[in-house]
Design a protein around this ligand. Sequence first.
Ligand code: ATP
Length: 220
Amino acid sequence: MKRSQYAVIGLGRFGSSLAKELIKLGYQVLGIDKDEEAVEEMSSVLTHVVAADSTDEDVIRSLGLRNFDSVVVAIGDDIQASILTTILLKDVGVKNVVGKALSELHGKVLQKIGADRVIFPERDMGIRVAHQLVSPNLLDYIELSKDYTIAELTVPSCLDGRSLKDLDTRALYGCSVVAINKKKGVIIAPTATDMVEEGDIMVIIGTNDEIELFENEVIR
Ligand code: ATP
């Protein structure tokens, strides 16, 4: 099976971290930056690196970017460069262009000119950290909708050795445990007799209110 190929334009803190992680995951990554030093720094890490200005149409065409599965425009500060690059990428036919926005307005513009996905790393990380500060056991969460969330919580010592029947989350709080990640492996769709141990990660699904109630009454 052909593995996806990615290109990351802008090798600042965000772009270089993203590109390195894609390499770690086993993908080929082309990194582009107009700053020679930034390119040099990543040259031994990424599959290919190019020092070039992505607002130059000839650069975008000559690099064959249209053949990449996804191209991430990780330029933030220079909004004009971020916008021009995104337009050029859509113009040459890149299927999936992901744009990084520093503000809501920047994001709206990227969406309007055809970015397939817009990400707001600073805004989203701020929101995540706030959630983790108010719920110390919360490792991660996914908002399924305005009301529903999937949350990953570390099992505290007070729940050690309790079965799901014991916890009875569905009846008492409305939320359900959909997986338990234990040292020896993950139990998907656990049953009533499955037990949680301190340090396990339990994945629960429910409304925000149900999950908050469970956290407040049981986890703390
Ligand atoms: P970060 O927070 O990820 O460090 P940032 O949001 O501050 O980055 P910028 O500093 O604008 O974003 O850009 C990140 C990288 O993009 C820089 O290394 C910069 O050299 C590069 N860059 C900016 N404009 C262009 C361009 N036109 N072509 C190629 N690379 C560019």
